[in-house]
Design a protein around this ligand. Structure first.
Ligand SMILES: [Zn+2]
Length: 340
């Protein structure tokens, strides 16, 4: 380590389990952060300050004013310019620690680009907001024996779980199927900054442990926290399921792209998502969406005007998003307002 590195990281190196050898391992580590919103901001900042050598930031969205309440890496000028989150975050990370190599990938992680975006990473951090991407991450992780750290937050409640194949249970052992029906999201149910700060920090702590050479000590337990009531739970680590589709049968259907709802351009300025596996109760969805915009619904369809987009959802889960031709934006709107 150089004298300036010894000075810079002195408080971390003094922590017994880290030491100089742990610090050197951090410097030679490569991390992929998928989703650069509230959780991804915390993870990226914590790991850059800690001296993780290479950080790749993957995100498909743009900074909006409604992000600033909790997404640490962004400021008003990023929102005014509507910068891609990956780009704005990489700039900020570069200013925090110029010794870290940062890569901004403005991209929607999908089966077709998963290898391009994730190969070479020693660890993947989940900063996403949807089950579809998490199943894809899990398939990738289990198929390559690369650890990932799941995190989720909505309202005042959040949870995290480290997945270290082949030792711990994987995401599909715990959640064999995606949740059905309309799910609360940060857009519809809100989210507190301290929720995402806490979960992102816990994910970052697991990351430091794994990258500094202590992966064997990291447990696959799920930790849940309600930052409003202060209730913290940590049930026993889930067992690996020998019949698990992913880590048992090694059947990587999400990585193969077999689960992905087809998506197509439709009309001049609209995208259609042909998700027919998510029956949607339009009345429940209408009640969730009313605070976010104008909503009209009958038994055949729901139409919501949110910002500059018009979202039409049908009872079988199919949706048309007007106001964009970008399939990544359309998917993002679908997962934010209909569910992940
Ligand atoms: Zn499994």
């Amino acid at each position: 380590m150089t004298p300036s590195e010894i000075e810079r990281y002195s408080r971390q190196v003094r922590f017994n389990a880290m030491g100089e050898s742990g610090q050197r391992r951090l410097r030679s580590s490569r991390v992929a952060i998928v989703g650069c919103g509230a959780l991804g901001s915390v993870q990226a900042e914590a790991l850059a300050r800690a001296g993780v050598g290479h950080i790749r930031l993957i995100d498909r969205d743009y900074v909006e004013f409604s992000n600033l309440q909790r997404q640490l890496l962004f400021d008003e000028s990023d929102a005014r310019e509507a910068l891609p989150k990956a780009v704005a975050a990489a700039r900020r990370i570069g200013a925090i620690n110029s010794g870290v190599e940062v890569e901004a990938m403005v991209s929607d992680l999908v089966p077709a680009n998963a290898a391009d975006l994730l190969d070479g990473a020693d660890l993947i951090l989940d900063g996403t907001d949807n089950f579809e991407t998490r199943y894809l991450l899990n398939d990738y992780s289990v198929s390559r024996d690369v650890p990932w750290i799941y995190g989720a937050a909505v309202g005042s409640y959040g949870l995290k779980m480290a997945i270290l194949p082949p030792r711990t249970a994987c995401f599909a052992c715990v959640y064999p199927e995606p949740p059905s029906g309309v799910q609360p999201t940060c857009e519809t149910a809100g989210v507190l900054g301290p929720t995402t700060l806490t979960i992102g920090a816990m994910q970052a702590a697991d990351a430091l442990r794994i990258l500094s050479g202590h992966a064997d000590e990291v447990s696959g337990r799920i930790t849940t926290i309600d930052v409003w009531t202060g209730v913290i739970r940590q049930p026993a680590a889930p067992a690996r399921d020998p019949a698990c589709r992913a880590c048992g049968e090694r059947n990587f259907t999400w990585l193969d792209g077999r689960h992905r709802a087809p998506i197509s351009l439709c009309g001049r300025n609209a995208v259609q998502i042909h998700d027919r596996h998510r029956p949607v109760d339009l009345e429940v969805l209408a009640a969730q969406l009313r605070p976010t915009g104008t909503v009209r619904a009958n038994e055949f369809a729901l139409r919501a005007t949110i910002d500059s987009y018009e979202l039409t959802v049908f009872p079988d889960g199919r949706a048309i998003i007007k106001g964009t031709t970008d399939v990544g934006i359309a998917r993002s709107i679908y997962s934010r307002y209909v569910g992940a």
